[in-house]
Design a protein around this ligand. Sequence first.
Ligand SMILES: C[S@@+](CC[C@H](N)C(=O)[O-])C[C@H]1O[C@@H](n2cnc3c(N)ncnc32)[C@H](O)[C@@H]1O
Length: 450
Amino acid sequence: MLKIGDLIEVSIDKIVFGGEGLGYYNDIAIFVPMSVPGDKLKVEIISNKKTYARGLIKKVIKPSIDRVSSEKISFEDYHGCDFAMINYEKQIEYKKEMVKEVFSRIAKIDNIQFDKVLLANTIFNYRNKVIEQIGYRNGKVISGFYKRRSHEIFEVKDNYLQPKEINKIFTYLKNRFSEKKLTIYDERKHKGMLRNLMARVNSNGEIMLVVIIKGNIIKELKKILKDTYNKYKNVISIYISINNNKTNFALGNKNILLYGEETIKENLFDINFNISPTSFFQINIEQTKKLYELAISYFNNINNKNIVDAYSGTGTIGMILSKQAKKIFSIELAESSSKDAEKTAKENNISNITFINDTVENGLTKLLNSDEKIDSIIFDPPRKGIDKNSLQEVIDKNINELVYISCNPSTLARDIGILVENGYKLMNLSIVDMFPQTSHVETVVLMSRV
Ligand SMILES: C[S@@+](CC[C@H](N)C(=O)[O-])C[C@H]1O[C@@H](n2cnc3c(N)ncnc32)[C@H](O)[C@@H]1O
């Protein structure tokens, strides 16, 4: 019987959904984060159940040929990236395996074939949005990510995924915060001011900064942000977000524009999209272009179709489709995203699009029961997938063509399973690697009525 704290030797056989490696020790399944199939490891047991246990790597005894370093072993060593210990080509192989495994287990579809697997050219520093926790160490303001399963912050110099320019500006801000001895938010006492730093950067290198605080804006903070705005010409927008809640969610309800522009803009397919601090926008622009191009190519004959863009964010896919389609209906829950989308449509003279600021659960049902004829739907839901009733409505109304973009293969497989049971066929399935160095995978699927 294993106990917490035991040191064991284990060989890793495979990667399972969620990104952890799996090996066996006396028939007990041992899950090991940051491990690679082919590794022989010394592992310390940190949790123990009847049929399985979880352990952390203490030492790499013999590295897998796919491991990039046998010295770096922890989540923190890889800046919080749970696949960065695996060479890039192999990361893709494991993502394919994970998608195959969930489709077989959940959707009961075996041996899926991938239409396309679109790799990234830029595999580091690709993120266009960054949020860090602010903390305090040895009299200095620091920022970074929480260590795994802890609320201790770890700070890294040149973070693997973040744009270098943002790292530079964050360093400047933290030095100024330290100098002025601004207080740091303490989540246990619910006291102190500085909570998070957030930044967005667009393809032109323009930056939006958001400082998330509890309480009121004090003049020292305002002065630091004014100096930042004047010093860095590429910082085009600075907000303070007030978050007085006891929550892990970073942004607050009140977002106050201090300097510069209300939104940052990103150009995709010749449309300038507006993005506010709280709006959703895909975090990897190079891969987003490929993702949208591929998803749009899955529609058969867009011209003269009425298409719904469900879970539409800032309206990107719908507006790109609107160039060819007859009519687009975009449904999005978040008010700021919907407002950004409306602004973008106006500025780019797009008029054949209707924005519905509502849940897909309500908005889609109403639309499908209205006089509008709907030919096709593109879904891009959050991780929890499509709500069951909405899916049933789509099935009942016999919508022939569904494109489904998903950031969570297990809820995708669940929803595809339901569609297949109800007379749809899986026509195409592709992967776009939006999140290199992490186990996250973006999948695009085309379903049609048979
Ligand atoms: C993965 S994002 C996709 C956004 C967009 N398609 C894009 O590519 O930028 C999911 C979006 O769904 C929205 N959302 C979440 N739950 C929703 C719901 N129940 N109804 C409508 N929109 C929802 C989120 O605010 C977010 O903008």
